[in-house]
Ligand binder design. Structure first.
Ligand SMILES: Cc1cc2nc3c(=O)[nH]c(=O)nc-3n(C[C@H](O)[C@H](O)[C@H](O)COP(=O)(O)OP(=O)(O)OC[C@H]3O[C@@H](n4cnc5c(N)ncnc54)[C@H](O)[C@@H]3O)c2cc1C
Length: 206
């Protein structure tokens, strides 16, 4: 795993603590679909494929179709997730998992898995999976569209990061129903601090 798909191994190393990592399984994490779990974001960005088996047969489901809602997947009663397949990264593809940990549980306050293939100086394919920001992990398709086929300029990246940060701040303030006048003084700086990545991994396939 470390040789072929280091991002997944590094993502695993950021989960909870050593006891949680020793007892928890990839299948359990994906099937449980906790909205702050790490593997779902990685599975989405890496376009994993899940195999579901029951007494009446088996079926394959792409990660993009697997997570339905809060703690809910396409796994039906009587089915069990027996395999999650991850293709190795193509040459010229880099992958990273960035996570801001909850200080108590280690779950992701926000976790971002990014898989980027370069073509010369441009982004070719970009896949971004996000966890912790909604009822389920999701692909940041707007970010993917904004980057794919474009140059790697610092300006573009900062504009996108600014857009994501503003959306996260609006959500933070709305969810907590915070009055407007206390927002700018207390909560907006706190929301901004919350998106600063504390832990990161990076790997590049050659
Ligand atoms: C203190 C603590 C901290 C944690 N921190 C993190 C963290 O930082 N990041 C993170 O991602 N996760 C974290 N977790 C979650 C942990 O990593 C496990 O993913 C989670 O506890 C599920 O464990 P499990 O694999 O034993 O599944 P179980 O608890 O056995 O199962 C979970 C659910 O999935 C179902 N299920 C399990 N396996 C399958 C299968 N193969 N097919 C179909 N259904 C199945 C079960 O029936 C159950 O409903 C944390 C958990 C704890 C307790």
């Amino acid at each position: 795993m470390r040789a072929k798909l280091p991002m997944l191994a590094e993502c695993a190393a950021l989960i909870g603590d050593i006891q949680v990592r020793n007892r928890g399984t990839i299948g359990g994490s994906l099937a449980h679909a906790d909205p702050a779990a790490d593997y779902p974001a990685a599975a989405l960005a890496l376009e994993a494929e899940m195999t579901l088996e029951s007494s009446s047969g088996s079926r394959a489901v792409k990660a993009a179709d697997f997570f339905l809602e809060l703690l809910t997947t396409v796994v039906k009663p009587g089915e069990i997730l027996t395999r999650a397949s991850f293709a190795p990264l193509a040459a010229g593809t880099g992958a990273v998992y960035l996570k801001h940990r909850h200080p108590a549980s280690g779950f992701a306050t926000v976790g971002v898995a990014a898989v980027v293939t370069l073509k010369g100086a441009n982004f070719d394919q970009v896949r971004v999976g996000i966890t912790g920001l909604g009822a389920k992990a999701f692909r940041a398709s707007g970010v993917e569209r904004a980057l794919a086929g474009k140059g790697r300029g610092r300006d573009r990246r900062s504009r996108l990061a600014g857009g994501i940060r503003r959306r996260r701040e609006r959500r933070y303030l709305r969810v907590r129903r915070i009055p407007r006048r206390t927002r700018s003084r207390v909560h907006e700086p706190r929301a901004r601090a919350g998106v600063r990545p504390r832990e990161s991994t990076a790997s590049l396939a050659t």
